[in-house]
Design a protein around this ligand. Structure first.
Ligand SMILES: Cc1ncc(C[n+]2csc(CCOP(=O)(O)OP(=O)(O)O)c2C)c(N)n1
Length: 312
């Protein structure tokens, strides 16, 4: 990773964290229409993976991958408008979290159904191969989501067809309140179905980035899909309405010490790559302004309720 990439990756992870913190404030003020699904402590698995892609690659994020959307050009303003359900947001108030895409940015809208994006993104990868395009598709799955039929079906198809698909497995300790051993047999990497599998420390942004570059290269060489398992931990409840009382505080303390942001800052400082000391204040200013702009944005007109929801 060169200095410029490291600085951009650091900024993306910090922006992800601060955007989510701002969303939590809006949630506690009763302003958001739904809950907030944090990626606290998992910023590297969203940002360092997406950062390794080329401009023509496509991502299909899940709800905990807001960072990947920011890396590909989604703005905090759009995110706030979306969570606040305003008319000028990406879905014009039809949906109230990160379920919005932008094909021109290479983002397919996230869907709630766990595993559903694996066959969809395998199809995207198939289209790249059929057209002879040097592009890869990337999507994410939690440990809980990797027990679904759609996950097995999609990854199996990608393996059989040798498709340029990267599936990032977020092994983060819990699925809602269910620990993995209550839902899945064996470690996440055991569910690769023959895909080339890499397991990395998901809280080490430099390692995640290097593995993602390797995964992309593997796909571009026509060697088939990659299952990139990131060992990490969900530092908050499933969402803001969940106080995660079922998680051992000692486990949280253990993972807090492995927070990907300070670790990446320490890695950068060993290389003498020092982020701008004013960066955090600058990002917070930007978020303040964009949150205020979103709070001032109009609500959707009830007369348009069915528009963009049902096909005419
Ligand atoms: C097919 C399906 N089943 C159940 C749900 C409800 N649900 C939403 S998130 C979630 C837990 C997800 O856990 P995991 O895949 O481990 O991801 P994490 O939340 O840990 O990032 C469940 C059960 C769903 N969205 N889709």
């Amino acid at each position: 990773m060169d200095r410029d990439t490291a600085l951009r990756l650091h900024e993306a992870m910090l922006l992800t964290r601060l955007t989510e913190e701002r969303l939590v404030k809006l949630f506690r003020q009763g302003r958001t229409l739904g809950s907030i699904y944090r990626s606290l402590g998992q910023e590297a698995t969203s940002c360092a993976t997406a950062m390794a892609l080329g401009p023509d690659d496509m991502i299909g994020p899940m709800i905990r991958n807001l960072g990947s959307m920011l890396v590909r050009g989604a703005t905090p303003l759009e995110i706030f408008l979306q969570y606040l359900g305003r008319a000028t947001g990406p879905t014009a108030g039809r949906e109230h979290n990160n379920h919005f895409g932008a094909v021109e940015r290479g983002i397919l809208a996230p869907t709630s159904m766990l595993g559903a994006l694996i066959p969809v993104m395998a199809g995207v990868a198939l289209s790249f191969r059929q057209k002879g395009e040097r592009r890869v598709a990337m999507t994410w799955i939690g440990d809980g989501g990797s027990s679904t039929g759609a996950f097995y079906e999609g990854l199996n198809f990608a393996v059989v067809q040798q498709l340029p698909l990267i599936v990032v497995g977020e092994s983060n300790g819990y699925a809602f309140s269910t620990p993995p051993e209550r839902q899945m047999a064996g470690r996440m990497s055991a569910r690769s179905q023959g895909a080339f599998t890499l397991t990395v420390d998901g809280n080490d942004a430099a390692e995640v980035y290097a593995a993602s570059l390797q995964a992309r290269q593997h796909c571009l060489e026509g060697k088939g899909p990659v299952f990139l398992v990131c060992e990490t931990f969900r530092m908050k409840g499933h969402a803001e309405h969940d106080d995660q009382r079922y998680v051992d505080p000692a486990l949280l303390a253990e993972w807090a010490a492995k927070d990907p942001l300070p670790r990446f800052e320490a890695w950068m400082s060993r290389k003498r790559w020092i982020p701008d000391p004013g960066l955090k204040a600058r990002l917070e200013d930007r978020l303040q302004q964009e949150a205020e702009a979103a709070l001032g944005a109009p609500w959707p007109d009830p007369a348009t309720l069915e528009r963009g929801v049902f096909s005419s």
